[in-house]
Design a binder for this molecule. Structure first.
Ligand code: HEM
Length: 435
């Protein structure tokens, strides 16, 4: 389509209660690959799937974050816009620089070794998704806050994330939203546990030799005059970083390790590269950029299975988006999952092919590859996540292989909150010497 031509977003039938969000959107994308709209229980949703339209929406300051996540985490860097968000982003940036990431690699490596030690004791196949949740939570909490949160924290988080997914499915996909009193009790207990842990993290004095996020946020202060207390501010930001920084990397690692484990040729290439680059040493920051093949496997994993597969936004006022009229309060939806599977941008898009990323990512068509989103809200933890995933995968493959236990057929992703492996991921960890 000509850049100056007006676009349209034809209406499709609303999603039925209980529908599979991926199946519903997939059918509509097959009919209208660039844009379409549908009525949700709450409002009209406009789904944008052409890179030019996605770009216009992302760059438009009147298309803002929804209130969805705010109901659970309060106002934080992940849920806000405007000057409050800009202040949070500026404050947090120093702990996410490339230089800082170098410091974290020893944490990634050490926590992964501790995981390997735990996993080696298992006599039954491991529920690896859960193990990776625990590992990535320990990594992000130690790296950013100098403290490792307890194991139970993961369970409380799952309750919270489950509620977020339910709210998203109800507001966008018309799922009925009935909540049993027991569910509310569980959520309350989970929130109390999460809040208490976050408050304890905030209270514990950070190691003086390292500048960590708590110190930075404490020094910065709340910067608002609406009664938002420092305690709530710190609590919300800590919880946000733990949510944003563990589930995404855990899910990416699940998909990555699954792809490697189920493709002997890819596994052989990964093992060869890890052995060459690490040459028997502990994984360090300088090894990471040499893991070129593993990086391509990761890029391809994030193309097919972007953890944040759906990004909903709201129009803050009436907006004309390249001819598509969006009224104030209506929802705008972008999905990296469908964007990454456009056959006019990706040859044989359903095929797992790391060689696609032999070209530099910067040379891909703009706004066609967005696992970390783009523009002002591009993931602040992108370099952290990338380094973490490479370091963990390299550390595992340096000494072990992963064998999928049970059903090893290709898995359909489940688009709940993030894009999880359907039915979880059961694995056996085998020592490489023994295989
Ligand atoms: C593979 C791993 C990850 C993926 C795919 C990912 C993806 C994303 C995406 C798509 C967004 C945009 C969300 C939106 O604007 O609504 C985002 C934002 C964000 N991410 Fe990540 N993320 C990952 C890892 C991390 C890690 C490890 C951290 C922190 C340790 C983190 C912290 C954040 C924060 C704080 C934001 C909000 C940024 C802002 O609005 O300024 N993420 N991420």
């Amino acid at each position: 389509m000509n850049a100056n031509q007006d676009w349209t977003a034809p209406a499709v039938a609303p999603p039925a209660n209980g529908c599979d969000p991926l199946a519903f959107l997939g059918a509509a994308v097959a009919q209208y690959p660039d844009a379409f709209s549908f009525q949700s229980r709450v409002t009209r949703c406009v789904f944008l799937n052409h890179p030019d339209l996605v770009k216009s929406a992302i760059l438009n300051k009147d298309i803002v974050r929804t209130e969805l996540l705010k109901t659970v985490t309060g106002e934080t860097i992940l849920t806000s816009e405007g000057s409050f968000w800009a202040g949070q982003r500026k404050a947090a940036l120093p702990v996410f620089t490339a230089k800082k990431t170098i410091d974290y690699v020893s944490v990634f490596h050490r926590q992964c070794l501790a995981g390997l030690e735990r996993w080696a004791q298992a006599s039954e196949p491991l529920d690896f998704g859960k193990e990776l949740d625990q590992l990535t939570l320990a990594i992000v909490s130690e790296s950013l806050f100098g403290q490792v949160v307890d194991k139970e924290f993961c369970n409380s988080f799952s309750v919270l994330l489950d509620r977020i997914a339910k709210i998203q499915n109800a507001t966008v996909f018309n799922h009925s939203f009935s909540i049993h009193p027991d569910d509310n009790r569980k959520l309350k207990d989970a929130q109390d546990h999460i809040n208490e842990t976050a408050d304890n993290i905030a209270l514990a004095s950070p190691a003086p030799e390292t500048e960590n996020l708590i110190q930075i946020l404490q020094e910065k202060g709340v910067d608002r005059d609406d009664g938002y207390s420092l305690k709530n501010y710190l609590r919300n930001e800590i919880i946000t970083m733990l949510i944003a920084g563990h589930e995404t990397t855990s899910v990416s690692l699940s998909w990555l390790l699954r792809e490697i484990a189920s493709r002997p040729e890819i596994e052989a290439n990964v093992v060869r590269e890890v052995d060459t680059v690490l040459s028997g040493q502990a994984c360090r920051a300088e090894h990471l950029h040499q893991l070129e093949y593993l990086s391509r496997v990761l890029d391809e994993t994030l193309r097919l299975y972007p953890p944040i597969w759906l990004v909903p936004r709201t129009a803050a006022c009436d907006v004309d988006l390249n001819g598509i009229q969006i009224q104030k309060g209506q929802t705008v939806v972008v999905s990296p999952f469908f964007l990454h599977r456009r056959s006019d941008y990706w040859k044989r898009p359903e095929e797992f092919n790391p060689a696609r990323f032999l070209v530099k990512k910067e040379s891909l068509p703009m706004y066609s590859y967005l696992p970390f989103f783009a523009s002002r809200h591009i993931c602040i933890g992108k370099h952290f996540a990338y380094a973490e995933i490479l370091a963990v995968a390299a550390t595992i493959y340096q000494s072990h292989r992963i064998e999928l236990a049970g059903d090893d057929s290709p898995k359909t992703p489940v688009g709940a909150g993030s894009l999880r492996v359907q039915g979880g991921m059961q694995v056996r960890l085998l020592k490489r010497d023994d295989t």
